[in-house]
Design a protein around this ligand. Structure first.
Ligand SMILES: *Cc1c(COP(=O)(O)O)cnc(C)c1O
Length: 360
């Protein structure tokens, strides 16, 4: 018998499409990155402030497996007891854990509402779980009747991203409540962009719904995408399961320390969240006046979805000028759309000046 990788690799892994992040799609060097919804203004913590501290950390010791200090601080910020908080290596770890905890491979299924965040489907494929896709309506809202039809006894997870990526809008609260009240599986509310939203978080609703999991992250408004810290809020029973299944030391010592320090600087986060909201409205106005802009969709996030005549050519033109945005034109309901992260005032100005010089 000969060794054959082809024969032993799981079928679902062989045929799955990997997640394609903004950094996968553009890996060259550019001057302006408006493609990954990061915080262009920086972060509340950076290593120059640690010249004494980090070297003093003891790297020979394992970090706290349950991140007690970070959770206690987060508990006061979010108004949620520590026992209802899970911390992961990005929200992505929490998403994967939910599959591994609740879904039986090759049997169960989940519901997704495209266009939405790509990681849900990638995790489903890795775990050999079927996805049932019920597209959002033309207004980017939930199709409640179709959702009701799609749920079966093997449906375990429903992912709702609000504000949604890449559309930027918030999902109607009433529709979410209908699902929370009627679905007997887990409802995952992905609130990665909640700091920018005019809608309230579902965190206060945790006491009402034992089937609710709320995801948030330090990667966006907190400016700490590089730290890889995501949060999940849920009933203690669900949090306990997540802690049972995760790698023991999933958040390294440096990330725990920096996350804690960032949490003592909420002022930075709040100020920059306001600044980004102001920049977003300026950017909206300026994008709207371009002759090839068709629609600038309303946004509760730190990015704008923009429908443009010949979006792909606009994207390529911007790339050639060192400005990277996200081409979403191949995504359902997003034909000819680019997703543009709000940058600093200077970056946004440069973007608009460059776009003004585009002629198709
Ligand atoms: C950016 C983003 C996240 C964050 O993922 P991390 O792994 O925490 O960096 C989660 N969900 C959505 C919808 C996002 O856009």
């Amino acid at each position: 018998m000969e060794f054959s990788l082809e024969k032993i690799v799981r079928k679902n892994i062989k045929k799955m499409k990997p997640y394609s992040s903004a950094r996968h799609e553009f890996s060259g060097r550019a001057s302006v990155y408006l493609d990954a919804n990061e915080n262009a203004f920086g972060s509340p913590v950076n290593l120059t402030a640690y010249s004494g501290k980090i070297p003093a950390m003891q790297f020979n010791r394992y970090p706290d497996p349950l991140q007690k200090q970070v959770k206690e601080k987060l508990s006061t910020i979010k108004g949620v007891p520590s026992k209802n908080i899970f911390l992961g290596n990005g929200s992505d770890e929490a998403i994967d854990l939910l599959f591994r905890i609740f879904c039986e491979p090759a049997r169960d299924n989940i519901l997704l509402f495209p266009p939405t965040y790509g990681m849900y489907e990638v995790c489903a494929e890795v775990n050999n779980i079927k996805t049932k896709k019920i597209p959002l309506t033309k207004n980017f809202q939930l199709d409640i009747d179709a959702i009701e039809q799609a749920i079966d006894p093997f449906t375990k997870l429903i992912f709702i991203c609000s504000p949604n990526n890449p559309t930027g809008n918030s999902i109607n609260r009433n529709d979410i409540e209908i699902i929370l009240n009627n679905f007997t599986g887990i409802v995952v509310m992905d609130e990665a962009y909640i700091n920018y939203s005019r809608q309230r978080s579902f965190i206060p609703e945790l006491t009402e719904y034992p089937n609710l999991v709320v995801l948030q992250t330090l990667s966006k408004a907190w400016g700490l995408a590089g730290l890889r810290v995501g949060m999940a809020f849920a009933a203690q029973t669900i949090i306990d399961l997540m802690n049972k299944v995760k790698y023991p030391y999933n958040i390294n010592a440096v990330s725990q320390q920096l996350a804690l320090d960032a949490m003592n600087q909420m002022d930075w986060v709040n100020e920059h969240t306001k600044l980004i909201a102001i920049e977003k409205e300026k950017l909206r106005t300026n994008l709207s006046t371009l002759p090839f802009t068709e629609i600038v969709y309303s946004s509760d996030a730190n990015f704008l979805l923009v429908k443009m005549n010949k979006a792909r050519s606009v994207y390529e033109f911007l790339c050639s000028k060192g400005i990277i945005v996200r081409d979403r034109s191949h995504v359902i309901h997003c034909d000819d759309c680019l997703r543009i992260t709000v940058g600093t005032s200077e970056e946004n100005k440069l973007l608009i000046e460059t776009l003004k010089s585009f002629s198709s």
